[in-house]
Design a protein around this ligand. Structure first.
Ligand code: FES
Length: 314
């Protein structure tokens, strides 16, 4: 973690603000590729990840990081804590990390964003423009008023940008995907239903999985009716109780068990674990429908159980 100073906070919409961060000593910050994010350390509230936004082409070290933060009515209040910060405050921020990469070739990119999930997609659009990669940028918001960066995006990406407002016309994902050329790389960041729809339609249209890229914009939250369940580790026979509000990864980590994970949102696939017995309750966006139905693997950072006990190959 490094300490960064909040240089400015600009309101973007009623609920979204743009934070600009600089180093405390005025030095340069580590560079990153489009799609990267940083984690903010919010003390007792844990960490929150925000994608780094590049409106202008940039490479190498940066003078400033910019992130957009939407105030959520989340139970744990992380986004509220972010919105209580003021210019001049310092925050602990991780170095940039990237699980969401733009392809290297010159094949076209179909960029699809929903709501605040637009932030990494803006950086992809900026990078496509810089490289000369053909791209189409489709951005769906609830309404024109709730659409962040509307004018700025229209100025910068006018020829490539289509804005969709749910109160006027819903984004037509099937048409976008069906008319994309077979070599197109499809990128989506937004809420879970949008990502699931894009994955489903891309698969139905014959796009191979390695041309479909996505990042879920949501932190996993407890769902009404979540029940405790047990996890047994096949290697040792140890049994752990997973209460509502805690993930399998969190419980195992707290117990000092070494588990591999990264995004902790169910979209990277790193924590995928074989299920030896029991029935998973899948909450990721990584697995295909057939993998889910098989019940043989699960993402232990978000998914839970429908059976009282899961035996995992750990
Ligand atoms: S850590 Fe990314 S899917 Fe679980």
């Amino acid at each position: 973690m490094v300490k960064l100073k909040i240089e400015s906070i600009e309101p973007v919409t009623e609920r979204i603000s743009l934070f600009s961060l600089v180093s405390e000593d005025g030095g340069l910050l580590a560079g990153y590729d489009a799609g990267a994010h940083v984690d903010f350390d919010l003390g007792d509230l844990g960490t929150r990840s925000y994608s780094l936004i590049d409106f202008e082409p940039a490479q190498g070290d940066r003078a400033t990081y910019q992130v957009a933060v939407q105030r959520e009515a989340d139970g744990q209040g992380g986004s509220m804590a972010m919105h209580r910060l003021v210019p001049g405050d310092t925050v602990s921020v991780s170095p940039p990390k990237n699980d969401f990469h733009l392809h290297e070739g010159d094949e076209p990119a179909l960029l699809i964003a929903g709501g605040i999930g637009v932030t990494p997609i803006i950086s992809f659009a900026t990078e496509c423009k810089r490289r000369g990669t053909p791209f189409a940028f489709h951005f769906a918001s609830r309404s024109a008023d709730l659409c962040p960066f509307r004018e700025r995006l229209a100025q910068q990406f006018s020829a490539n940008l289509t804005l969709w407002f749910d109160d006027q016309k819903m984004i037509d994902l099937a048409a976008l995907i069906d008319t994309a050329s077979a070599d197109t790389h499809i990128y989506c960041c937004g809420p879970r239903p949008m990502i699931e729809a894009v994955r489903e339609k891309a698969e139905a249209a014959g796009f191979p999985a390695d041309q479909v890229h996505f990042e879920l914009f949501a932190t996993p939250t407890e769902q009404d009716g979540d029940q405790p369940f047990e996890v047994e580790l096949a290697s040792t026979g140890q049994v752990f109780n997973i209460p509502p509000g805690k993930s399998i990864v969190e419980v195992l980590e707290d117990a000092g068990i070494d588990v591999m994970y990264d995004c902790a949102r169910g979209d990277c696939g790193i924590c995928q674990t074989d299920v030896i017995s029991g029935t998973p309750d899948h909450r990721d966006v990584v697995l295909s429908d057939s993998e889910r139905a098989s019940g043989k693997v699960m993402q232990i950072c978000v998914s839970r159980a429908r059976s009282p006990r899961l035996v995992l190959d750990i």
